[in-house]
Design a protein around this ligand. Sequence first.
Ligand SMILES: Nc1ncnc2c1ncn2[C@@H]1O[C@H](COP(=O)(O)OP(=O)(O)OP(=O)(O)O)[C@@H](O)[C@H]1O
Length: 317
Amino acid sequence: MSTQPLAIETRHLTKRYGSLVAVDSLSLAIPRGVVCGFIGPNGAGKTTTLRMLAGLLKPTSGEIRIEGVDILAEPERIPWLIGYMPDFFGVYHDMKVWEYLDFFARAYRIPAARRPGLIADLLELVDLSHKRDAFVQSLSRGMRQRLCLAHTLVHDPHVLLLDEPASGLDPRARVEMRELLRELGRMNKTVFISSHILTELAELCDMVVIIEKGKLVTAGNVREISAMTQGYRLLQVELLAPDRDTPKALELLRQTPGVQDVFTTDDHLEIAFAGDAAQQAALLERLIHAGISVLTFGEATTDLEDLFLQLTKGEVQ
Ligand SMILES: Nc1ncnc2c1ncn2[C@@H]1O[C@H](COP(=O)(O)OP(=O)(O)OP(=O)(O)O)[C@@H](O)[C@H]1O
């Protein structure tokens, strides 16, 4: 068993506002170095949870450990453990991009001699080197979000808490933000990122935590969750000559062990498959032996949006 502490661990974390339970006995276990999506509809309790993890809001009850540190007992250690990006970007009038980062670097007591190099590295990471001397208020929303992310990285924290970093961005800026988050994953940071736009996180996350009305719905790897809820996986087969081979393939697949159902779409076949890996390989062999020209064969990626709709009733507090 690993003795490594988890990056983020909560036990029965609860926050009440009067009679409203915004976060309800939430227990999380996020391992180090994963990019974890924190997903739920509006009002589910995502911001409240992130603010508690960032030490900005006192829980009503429960425990929080970040990198093994009990942050409720030692709140003074929180700023050094995490980088927190709120869903709202404060206005910094008359501050240039480099001055903005320099301000936070000073706050973290980074020595003057190290600051110019650090700022140059951060601006390069978030692709804002060309805006070094621009005023913060002149940046586009996407650029401000990236600058805000650079600010959370000033002190090189291991754990990043990001509240809807892609909200309000146009499609191009979303793609840029997604690339940047992927890069943080490669840097081995633990990234806990909230969103209610689910597809945005699908290919980015190692795991997801889904909450609704303050309660944990499920947590785990996207594929595991999908297998758990559906009891099968979705395979996709693309045929070289669909007009010729589709009827034969359908007949054959429907007689194959493990196949629950087969659907045809515009350009491929979808198979609800409950078999194991060996049976999956046998299925492909069967198609080929029957003389069917298979162009592509593989597991369909599960759309987080579908998964989410299956798991929650979409209720909003
Ligand atoms: N300061 C507060 N006082 C009273 N109720 C609050 C307060 N802050 C949040 N709430 C309520 O707690 C619940 C959870 O809110 P929270 O902002 O954490 O949800 P969220 O999942 O982040 O939603 P969104 O995606 O809309 O940001 C909501 O019902 C909200 O109205």
